[in-house]
Design a protein. Structure first.
Lengths: 287, 358, 235
């Protein structure tokens, strides 16, 4: 039953892409800001985790738990002091500043860590699998997918059931009127990016455990994240999960036909969705 | 009853003192550049080739983003396709590399049509990443074309490079080896392309469609309400930029004579550097990229040995310039002095001293 | 006891000056109306007081504190809330969430709670889960007023709450004003339609082209005075 196996693998891989995308989706939904450095921030978090693992001998999970608040603060500072200054009606500044950030980050990491491929030491879990009778699934991909779902559930709860979530949505609608409610848009944006960085850290953990990483793989992650967000539809986190799954499926099916077609298949799926449903599958935001 | 009515006559003009000076100075400057191979070393010619081709890329990205309002980070698609089409013409159809450059421009233009079709479905930052995705698709597709080297790439056949148009004549004229003659030839072509691009872009901006373009960039809805076909304008600018970029890409790879998908579709070489040039120099002006490319070249000469720190520095400078001086170096100069070498703003000149009396 | 005063308030939009030295006083427990034609500067005045526009600190004083230079998010916690022109509800929030967001910056025990708002405008209770903007104009105005009241403000600014509404609906909205006054809030009502505003106000200011042209108690002002102050031409 090769095809069932391929499908399941594709869906689980979708969980990985959804994790890449969830943080981006949050930022895009609230701030209409696409950080071209998003993928590089994931890679940076992976290196941070690696650093903690090698320096302190911790397990990747514990290291990630420590790295998370660090990334939170970095995200907060980045948004508050750099990116908030680019927000406005002109689309050029945020694009160009985050592009410059992407280049700077990649090369700083290159200088700091060299271009060597790295991997987080994972131990038994990387090869462990679950026998479900009709097929076997890897524990790590399952964990990744489960984390993605948990993150999206958590973010939705935050957005729709908490006061902070109300503030996020209000600020996204109308920052000026939001300030009349005592909301500080600049702080809200900083908080949004900071929370997104928590998701980024989780994504980095699974990225580092599952495959090799080096300073230059950031842009490809950005593209997958972006594709998942667009396919899913702006403003919908479950849509982002669906988008991730579609890309994951397209890639695994493409790879099953011809290994060299894996990435191309994902791009083609994106273009097809763009052709048929330009606003994505579940668009929600009032753009 | 006083029937005299003095109707003032007005003339719309873009000419300024500085622009007149520029027009006058550019003639001997161009002549100097054309005659340069007679007394310059090969190194300088190669450096200038690099500067001129980057200038062409920058001018067309500036047209697209600065004037057209379409921020693309996927122009490498057209550099790559232009270069590969040229290679295809030479290797598969036996065409001489020089006319094959035109083939490169046309190929980029053709490929730009489906690109625009997909990309225009997206706005703002999504448009930007969308263009990048499409460039990646092209890179991945070209890596599958085995007849052009597949993933590892290929070189121009020696016969083709040795017998390129006019190289023999140039080799004799300057008494240099064939490879140096190629460098001189490509240099002249780059000079011609750069001059033609600047002239064409300037002419466009001074024309009625050019005015419409500014209107569309500033406020598409308002532009449409006065009858500007915003959609047509966007298509025209996108295709024109693709064509120019494709020509430049093909020319660059005639000189390099070796191609690979990763190099020809490189985001760093054909987008990051170009963005840097335009931002530092001044986006939305013709003078900006000219200044930008000079600064870029100086920076590269100074820092190229430092590998990643060089790129890191470029990134940081780009960020700082965007935050502090978003209109770039030329923007600062224009703000302080009001000088415009390639002015496009229309002013009213004329009128008479008499005004109608009631 | 003066609660809110502006002294020589000026405001600019770039090169364009919108306010030329406006002096307004709101006393505790008072309701004042500010009337004037389109473009008179009324909304600019409201935006200045509420902090959407920043001015010199000393130009605006609230309970003795200089607030002229503060931003809106700093002014709300001090007890000044605004019902903005055009209502400006949040489309991504439901009616109830729009009301709740009003307490984000200022949580004070007071008369106005969610129940009290639903009591004031019962129709909103029926629509509490609808998206904020899926309501009629009048109902949206009710939400906007409720949203501002949720912070139990000492000073409530109402910018053209009758704009675009049918006369019958305007009466309904203004029927709520006495209850708002009774809860202890001091009101500034900005209106183009002077009928309703003059009925509930203790004092009236008239503005034209960025200046105060008339002020006094409603019954002390003649029709001709108002006409001249409003339009700038003698009747």
């Amino acid at each position: 039953m090769i095809w069932v196996d391929t499908l399941v693998q594709g869906i689980l891989m979708g969980g990985m892409y959804a994790l890449f995308a969830a943080g981006l989706s949050l930022e895009v939904g609230i701030m209409r800001l696409v950080k071209l450095a998003h993928g590089d921030l994931i890679v940076m978090a992976a290196y941070l985790i690696l650093l903690l693992v090698t320096l302190l001998g911790l397990s990747p999970f514990v290291a990630a738990a420590i790295a998370a608040p660090v990334m939170y603060l970095i995200g907060w500072g980045l948004q508050k002091h750099l990116l908030n200054r680019t927000l406005g009606t002109d689309i050029l500044p945020p694009l160009l500043v985050t592009f410059g950030l992407s280049i700077a980050l990649q090369n700083a990491l290159l200088e700091g860590f060299s271009a060597d491929s790295q991997r987080l030491p994972t131990g038994a879990i990387s090869t462990a699998s679950l026998d479900l009778g009709v097929l076997t699934v890897g524990v790590l991909p399952l964990l990744t997918f489960g984390s993605a779902v948990a993150v999206i559930v958590g973010l939705n709860q935050l957005f729709y059931r908490t006061e902070l979530g109300r503030a996020f949505r209000a600020t996204s609608d109308d920052p000026i009127t939001a300030s009349l409610m005592g909301i500080r848009p600049g702080n809200i944006f900083a908080k949004a990016t900071a929370i997104a960085m928590l998701v980024v850290t989780l994504a980095a953990l699974y990225l580092g455990m599952r495959s090799n990483f080096d300073p230059n793989i950031g842009p490809a992650r950005l593209i997958y994240a972006f594709q998942a967000v667009i396919i899913g539809g702006l403003g919908s986190l479950w849509g982002t999960l669906a988008g991730g799954i579609i890309i994951g499926l397209a890639q695994t099916i493409g790879a099953a036909i011809n290994p060299e077609w894996q990435i191309l298949a994902g791009h083609v799926a994106f273009l097809v969705v763009l052709l048929l449903r330009p606003r994505g599958l579940f668009p929600r935001a009032f753009d | 009853m006083n029937t005299q009515s003095h109707i003032p006559t007005y003339v719309v003009t873009t000419r300024t003192k500085a622009s007149q000076v520029t027009a006058v100075v550019s003639v001997p400057l161009l002549a100097l550049l054309i005659l340069l191979p007679f007394f310059a070393g090969r190194g300088l010619i190669q450096d200038l080739f690099f500067v001129l081709t980057m200038l062409v890329l920058a001018q067309f990205w500036n047209l697209l983003a600065g004037y057209g309002g379409m921020v693309s980070i996927g122009q490498q698609a057209f550099v790559g396709m232009g270069a590969y089409a040229m290679f295809g013409g030479v290797i598969l159809a036996g065409i001489d590399p020089i006319p094959a450059i035109l083939l490169g421009g046309v190929a980029a233009l053709i490929v730009a049509i489906p690109t625009a079709f997909f990309a225009f479905r997206l706005q703002g930052p999504y448009f930007a990443i969308g263009t990048w995705v499409i460039a990646e698709v092209m890179r991945l597709i070209m890596a599958q074309v085995q007849s052009l080297g597949g993933g590892t790439g290929t070189s121009l056949p020696r016969a083709a490079t040795r017998e390129m148009w006019a190289t023999e004549w140039i080799a004799e004229l300057f008494d240099v080896r064939n490879s140096a003659a190629r460098d001189i030839l490509t240099y002249w072509l780059a000079l011609a392309l750069a001059a033609a691009s600047i002239a064409a872009i300037y002419a466009l901006l001074r024309s009625k469609p050019g005015l419409a373009l500014s209107a569309v960039r500033d406020n598409p809805e308002a532009a449409k309400s006065v009858g500007v076909d915003a959609g047509r304008m966007k298509w025209f600018v996108f295709l024109a930029s693709a064509f120019g970029t494709g020509l430049a890409g093909a020319l660059i790879y005639v000189q390099k004579a070796r191609i690979s998908p990763d190099a020809a579709f490189s985001v760093t070489d054909w987008t990051a550097y170009v963005l840097f040039i335009v931002i530092i120099g001044g986006i939305g002006t013709i003078e900006g990229p000219i200044i930008g490319v000079i600064i870029f070249f100086l920076l590269q000469s100074l820092l190229a040995d430092f590998g990643s720190w060089y790129l890191f520095t470029l990134g940081i400078i780009g960020i700082l310039v965007m935050l502090i001086a978003p209109r770039g170096l030329w923007g600062l100069i224009t703000d302080k002095t009001g000088i415009q070498l390639f002015p496009v703003r229309r002013r009213l000149r004329g009128g008479t001293a008499n005004t109608p009396k009631n | 006891m003066s609660l809110l005063t502006t002294k020589g308030l000026t405001a600019h939009y770039g090169d364009f000056q919108a306010l030329f030295g406006v002096d307004i006083t709101l006393n505790e427990g008072e309701t004042i109306a500010i009337i004037g034609a389109n473009g008179a500067g009324k909304t600019t005045l409201m935006r200045s007081i509420s902090g959407v526009l920043q001015n010199s600190p000393a130009m605006i004083t609230l309970s003795g504190q200089q607030i002229g230079g503060l931003s809106a998010d700093e002014i709300l916690p001090l007890g000044l809330a605004m019902v903005p022109e055009g209502r400006r509800l949040f489309p991504s929030l439901s009616v109830e969430e729009n009301l709740l967001i009003g307490t984000y910056g200022r949580k004070v025990d007071g008369y106005w709670t969610l129940e009290a708002i639903y009591d004031l405008f019962p129709i909103l209770a029926e629509r509490r889960t609808n998206p904020g903007t899926a309501l009629s104009g009048g109902q949206q105005q009710m939400v906007a007023i409720g949203r501002a009241l949720m912070s139990n403000p000492k000073v409530l600014l109402c910018d053209e709450i009758s704009l675009g509404l049918a006369p019958v609906v305007i009466k309904d909205i203004y029927a709520a004003v006495p209850k708002i006054q009774a809860s202890g809030a001091s009101l500034i009502l900005v209106e183009q339609d002077i009928g309703q505003a003059m009925k509930v106000a203790d004092r009236v200011y008239c503005m034209m082209e960025g200046r105060v042209t008339l002020d006094g108690a409603p019954d002390s002002l003649s029709r001709d005075d108002i006409h001249a102050a409003y339009f700038g031409v003698s009747a």
